[in-house]
Design a protein around this ligand. Structure first.
Ligand SMILES: C=CC1=C(C)c2cc3[nH]c(cc4nc(cc5[nH]c(cc1n2)c(C)c5CCC(=O)O)C(CCC(=O)O)=C4C)c(C)c3C=C
Ligand SMILES: [Fe+2]
Ligand SMILES: [Fe+2]
Length: 364
């Protein structure tokens, strides 16, 4: 979408450029009521549950929203921090760190970074309204999902489009689709893992556990599964590790449909039974630690591996706001900001450029 002239350079005064850093979303509190509100919004999204609404609504409201909130709230309580849900805390820190790094890297430009949650607060609408209120008319939407899936990245796009439909002044918008094979992201993963190996040592097997998706989405053309495998292959290469010592698994199964395989927890149990004693798990598809990594992997996954006879288990944290993680987000943002982040021209430079254009026109 584009208006002309580019509003970022109007009147010789640079308007700020906006970045909306979007992650999935999380409840406001680790209580059944708050989790119910969050799940109701999340699981009503047709991008997330692709079952005809007439069939799905009675299941969602009659069963899932009655049973799951209390169970999930108990899990959230085990990872909740004094500042709130880990996913939101990390997303806020990432947004602040990205803004600071952009200010250092591009002293002539002002780039504002707002955190947003696709479900819950602060919403995509609130984040975009804030950027507009601050004067940003060029906005980059950066979903914090390295691998594209319709359920996550696609849904973030829907939220931005719905906001645009309700807006009189739609800004220039750019949207990051994925960065699963970006060298800066792969390098960040490898650096983070190697740093942790310096104290933990290398495992027998490194399990890369990605969030699952219904298998049907792969058959329908969603690139998510392939992008997870490509990330894992590039990571093995960056680590200089034999491919067979690095496993790709899918976690967080939801519902009755067949999900992508192999599943993480059964794989951890099988590795223990096969005699692999030292296993580590890393979750490259999550840019920030959250319930799915801190509870499902670091707690449940560990318990399953040790109960099956494994000896040592380490969960390797996500990139979060680490130096290497922020360098990767900065690199991804910069690729998409090109042309917007140019330090604005002075009046003299603008006049010289106008004269050159006139001279060119006269020569033709
Ligand atoms: C990173 C990518 C993610 C994909 C792909 C994804 C797909 C997906 N998820 C569900 C159902 C649930 N996911 C839940 C939590 C959750 N999911 C992601 C990321 C992806 N989901 C994150 C970052 C989180 C953590 C949120 C947090 O607050 O920390 C939950 C809620 C928790 C629970 O009750 O178990 C559900 C439910 C589906 C159905 C799906 C693909 C179709
Ligand atoms: Fe999920
Ligand atoms: Fe889970």
């Amino acid at each position: 979408m584009s208006t002309s002239p580019s509003p970022a350079f109007r009147h010789g005064q640079p308007a700020p450029i906006g970045i909306l850093l979007v992650n999935l979303g999380t409840p406001d509190a680790p209580t059944a009521d708050a989790v119910r509100r969050y799940l109701a919004q999340f699981l009503s999204d047709p991008r997330v549950v692709e079952i005809p609404r007439l069939l799905w609504k009675p299941i969602l409201h009659g069963i899932i929203l009655r049973v799951r909130p209390a169970k999930s709230a108990r899990k959230y309580a085990t990872v909740w921090t004094p500042e709130g849900s880990p996913l939101l805390v990390w997303t806020r820190r990432q947004a602040a760190a990205l803004q600071a790094r952009l200010a250092l890297a591009h002293p002539g430009s002002q780039v504002l970074v707002e955190p947003a949650m696709r479900y819950g607060q602060p919403s995509v609408d609130q984040g975009l309204d804030r950027l507009m209120a601050a004067g940003a008319r060029c906005i980059l939407v950066l979903p914090a999902y390295p691998q594209y899936s319709g359920a996550t990245t696609g849904s973030a796009f829907d939220a931005v489009a719905a906001w645009g439909q309700a807006s009189r002044w739609v800004p220039e918008l750019r949207f990051v689709g994925q960065y699963h094979d970006d060298p800066a992201y792969i390098q960040a993963l490898a650096t983070s893992i190697r740093r942790q190996w310096a104290t933990l040592g290398e495992p027998d097997v490194l399990v890369t556990s990605f969030h699952g998706m219904p298998e049907r989405t792969l058959l329908l053309g969603d690139p998510y599964h392939c992008q997870c495998h490509k990330t894992a292959r590039l990571l093995a290469e960056a680590l200089g590790w034999p491919r067979e010592q690095l496993r790709v698994t899918f976690q967080s199964r939801f519902g009755k449909a067949k999900w992508l395989e192999p599943a993480t927890e059964p794989t951890l149990e099988a590795l223990a039974r096969e005699g692999h004693r030292h296993v580590q798990v890393v979750c490259p598809g999550f840019s920030a630690d959250c319930l799915e990594t801190l509870e499902e992997i670091a707690q449940e996954g560990r318990a399953a591996f040790l109960a099956a006879g494994g000896q040592t288990f380490h969960y390797l944290p996500c990139l979060n706001d680490s130096d290497e993680g922020m360098a990767a987000l900065l690199a991804v943002a910069e690729q998409h900001l090109a042309g917007w982040t140019l330090t604005p021209a002075t009046d003299a430079e603008r006049e010289a450029s106008r004269q050159r254009a006139l001279a060119l026109g006269a020569a033709q």
